[in-house]
Design a protein around this ligand. Structure first.
Ligand SMILES: [Zn+2]
Length: 465
């Protein structure tokens, strides 16, 4: 049996970290690996409104690496524009993706309504990118799969999912092409690192000829200090001052990591017990999903106690509950979204807590250039005020960043990860990173292992084998 060429096109995340989408072509088969939204500055988000580069009705299937919107958020548009095939994903991704898409649709609808009421939009009238109704058309197409289970796409093409350790459900995609010379291609998706307290580490890289590798932190080395000492000091300070520690956190992954770190510190007697409030309906949903997938998390489930929650853990689901926590006295810890202060309940907390010097705001995650979070993080010492919901709010609270938590691999992690595979890939194509991150990582991998590494070029067709 001979096989014809396997071709690959990068339709996103080639020159940037968002919009992950690769088109795999083999004979008449056309498969997308991920179908993500472009996120960040307006010029980048406008890309979501362009005509999709290939007719969605000609695509046979989609395989998702994970539920983050920059990997899944274009699905409602793809379906609306004619795609009707299966969307394969892991069971964890299956549980998370509808929650994330519904939340994104709700925000899109709210923003369009607000823009039309106030005239604040360059689109007239403002139309949401997709709606909750559009998301409802995606859900029936989702096909949850067990990891390691091979699924046939055609007589000669099949794939399976392997744990990527980034968020619950996150998977690498291993594609196998049968023939006289069987070939393997692997998409890393976003890869977790072995410093995450709550997640199992990625599975070993399978033998493959070609690896499509993420490079988000390809030019960075994260701080290797144990976050526990630093976090304990911040929490003890808050307790002593009877203040409130406000933690902006991403709903999926970082919120659970923070809750668990606080529980560990409490168990070890490193901090006094105090109320810990998770104030984000999406983070509460994500936490349930997290606990339901022991194939991804590393918590001890043998004890009768909950393996995740501190002693005085509370959730606030309704807006009224949330307002009570916005106003109530300390000491307490509030974990809320959105993680980069782009909207959501966190802004109400900041509005009330920033003007008081007994309080602290703790950043624990990546703050994109241009985000409100980055602005507050970088300018806290020089700014007297920050504008929230149209009002100037004075900044008296302490602003602290804990920069040793990340759910991605930095360049050292990637070099070590590749180093552990006995048979290295012949070729690596880097995606999901800035140009600087890609170039820096390409050089390090070439220098360390002599592998042929290139940086993905948007819309270029690669003939793989
Ligand atoms: Zn991700």
């Amino acid at each position: 049996m001979t096989h014809s060429t396997l071709k690959l096109n990068f339709l996103g995340a080639a020159d940037t970290v968002t919009g992950s989408c690769c088109l795999l072509k083999h004979n008449s088969q056309r498969i997308l690996i991920d179908c993500g939204l472009f996120q960040g500055p307006k010029a980048m988000r406008e890309r979501n409104r362009r005509t999709f580069p290939t007719d969605p009705s000609t695509i046979d299937g989609v395989i998702l690496t994970h539920a983050h919107l920059d990997h899944s958020g274009f699905l409602p548009r793809l379906v609306k524009e004619g795609f009707s095939g299966p969307i394969y994903c892991s069971k964890g991704t299956f549980d998370l993706v509808s929650v994330l898409l519904k939340d994104a649709a709700h925000l899109e609808e709210e923003f369009a309504r607000y823009a039309n009421e106030t005239g604040y939009s360059s689109h007239k009238p403002a139309i949401p990118l997709f709606t909750r109704h559009d998301v409802d058309q995606v859900t029936p197409l989702l096909h949850p799969l067990d990891r390691h289970h091979w699924t046939n796409l055609s007589d000669s093409l099949s794939f399976r999912l392997l744990r990527a350790g980034h968020i619950p459900g996150a998977s690498m995609v291993e594609v196998a092409l049968a023939g006289e010379k069987p070939r393997r291609l692997v998409f890393s998706g976003d890869l977790g690192n072995d410093r995450l307290t709550t997640m199992k580490e990625p599975e070993p890289l399978p033998d493959c000829e070609v690896l499509i590798l993420e490079s988000t932190y390809g030019d960075r080395l994260q701080n290797r200090v144990d976050p526990q000492e630093e976090l304990a000091a911040v929490i003890k300070d808050t307790y002593k001052n009877k203040g409130v520690l406000v933690v902006p956190a991403f709903a999926v992954g970082r919120s659970q990591e923070m809750i668990y770190l606080i529980k560990l510190l409490e168990d070890k007697g490193m901090i006094p017990s105090m109320p810990v409030v998770l104030d984000s309906p999406m983070a509460i949903e994500a936490t349930k999903t997290f606990l339901a997938h022991p194939e991804d998390h590393s918590l001890d489930q043998t004890s009768s106690q909950t393996p995740l929650y501190p002693k005085k853990f509370e959730t606030s689901i309704t807006a009224d509950d949330s307002m009570l926590h916005t106003m109530g006295d300390g000491p307490k810890i509030v974990i809320s979204a959105a993680g980069m202060l782009s909207g959501g309940r966190i802004l109400h907390h900041l509005k009330h807590r920033l003007p008081d010097e007994t309080n602290t705001v703790l950043f624990t995650g990546y703050q994109a250039v241009g985000s409100k979070g980055r602005y507050l993080q970088e300018n806290a010492s020089s700014l007297g005020n920050i504008r929230i919901h149209g009002k100037e709010v004075s900044i008296e609270a302490k602003i602290i960043t804990l920069d040793c938590l990340s759910s991605h691999q930095d360049y050292q992690d990637i070099l070590e990860y590749l180093g552990r595979s006995a048979k290295k890939p012949k070729k690596i194509i880097l995606n999901h990173g800035s140009e600087a991150a890609q170039l820096a990582l390409a050089k390090r991998i070439q220098d360390a292992y002599g592998i042929d590494v290139s940086c993905a070029i948007n819309r270029r067709e690669y003939s793989l084998f």
